[in-house]
Design a protein around this ligand. Structure first.
Ligand code: G3H
Ligand code: 13P
Ligand code: ZN
Length: 335
């Protein structure tokens, strides 16, 4: 049994309470490798932001769970080495799909877990989430549940069409499960292809495609039922057009990919939404930078020469999200 506190990590409780009060959101960035982790920590330290390091089941299998634990511990030490005396870093399981997986993460030093029972019938979701909460809370590990189904791919759970969260269910769900935060479905979805061009209209000022707005009325209704309760938004990548263009310019073949406009995320961050999940944007940044080096320097074969620029590009992206979208900069409890 590894306790996350011994690794220098924190759970989400205190940082979420502050985020709701302060009208900003904590970034939850997925990572799978060292370069992503370095970029996330550097961005968080330089902006003095709390941060959630998010690991999916797939990432855990890819990186190895033992290595991950030491990477998270290393991330805390790295943040200190970069000059942050009191970093606030959460190691969080993203889209846990079983009690066993959540338990294993709690036992291996995660400070927060998500149990995603959103695809299950309501009562089964309640029972599974409650079971995870009862286990995790013994070790002061916080738990995120989910109600409502996002369109797109949720790990191995595929939902072609989303079902918005039913605000009538949230009080019962939060009360009976004891979860610490709730992921809701209001029109975001996973991956780079969130909207098709035919679903969008052209903004005359920028010429860009603008997708249909998020269902803020659902978020408002949820907040009315559960005042002050931490809400989570998954599928919140904005799919920067520059990266899509860069990838295609340097030999990639991405189709029209449209994400969540940053204005909508800014608006959400000011509400009870206190955790915003971003993965795809970092994948795009990394791929764009690597493709550029490959295209411009085809003789290059030192991985540091393409993973280095990829790391720099991701750091730039993470800082932009923190400073210009989520507003979590300068929000460490001990600055
Ligand atoms: O929500 C899913 C995350 O983007 C993780 O994706 O399962 O491919 O690691 P993954
Ligand atoms: P994106 O695919 O929009 O980055 O969403 C990531 C996510 O929700 C991880 O849980
Ligand atoms: Zn997600």
């Amino acid at each position: 049994m590894v306790n996350y506190k011994d690794l220098g990590l924190v759970n989400t409780r205190d940082m979420f309470a502050r985020a709701i009060k302060g009208g900003y959101a904590i970034p939850a960035f997925n990572f799978n490798n060292m370069e992503q982790l370095q970029a996330i920590i550097k961005a968080a330290v330089e902006t003095k932001s709390p941060v959630i390091l998010q690991v999916s089941k797939g990432a855990r299998n890819y990186a190895n769970q033992t290595l991950l634990r030491y990477m998270a511990e290393g991330a805390v030490e790295y943040a200190k080495e970069l000059g942050c005396a009191h970093p606030e870093i959460v190691l969080h399981l993203d889209h846990g799909d079983s009690f066993e997986l959540c338990k294993s993460c709690v036992d291996m030093g995660f400070s927060s877990v998500m149990i995603d029972g959103s695809h299950l019938p309501y009562e089964e979701n309640v029972a599974l989430t409650k079971k995870v909460v009862e286990y995790a809370h013994q070790f002061d590990v916080t738990v995120e549940g989910e109600l409502g189904v996002l369109a797109g791919v949720e790990d191995e759970v595929s939902a072609e069409h989303h079902t918005y969260t039913n605000p009538e269910e949230v009080i019962d769900f939060a009360t009976r499960t004891g979860c610490d935060s709730l992921a809701i479905s209001i029109g975001t979805s996973h991956g780079a292809y969130k909207f098709k061009p035919e679903q969008c209209h052209v903004d005359p000022a920028t010429g860009r495609l603008v997708p249909p707005p998020l269902a803020f009325e659902v978020l408002d209704a949820v907040m009315e039922k559960l005042p002050g309760f931490p809400i989570v938004l998954h599928g919140s990548s904005s799919v920067p057009q520059e990266y899509v263009d860069m990838i295609n310019q340097y030999g990639g073949k991405l189709e029209a990919a449209i994400g969540i406009p940053e204005d909508e995320l800014r608006k959400a961050a000011k509400s009870a939404v206190c955790k915003i999940n971003i993965d795809s944007d970092s994948r795009l940044a990394m791929t764009a930078a690597v493709r550029k080096v490959f295209a411009e320097k085809p003789a290059e074969f030192d991985p540091r020469k393409y993973l280095g620029p990829a790391r720099d590009e991701m750091e730039k992206l993470y800082k932009h999200k923190i400073l210009n979208v989520l507003g979590s900069n300068d929000k460490l409890a001990n600055l």
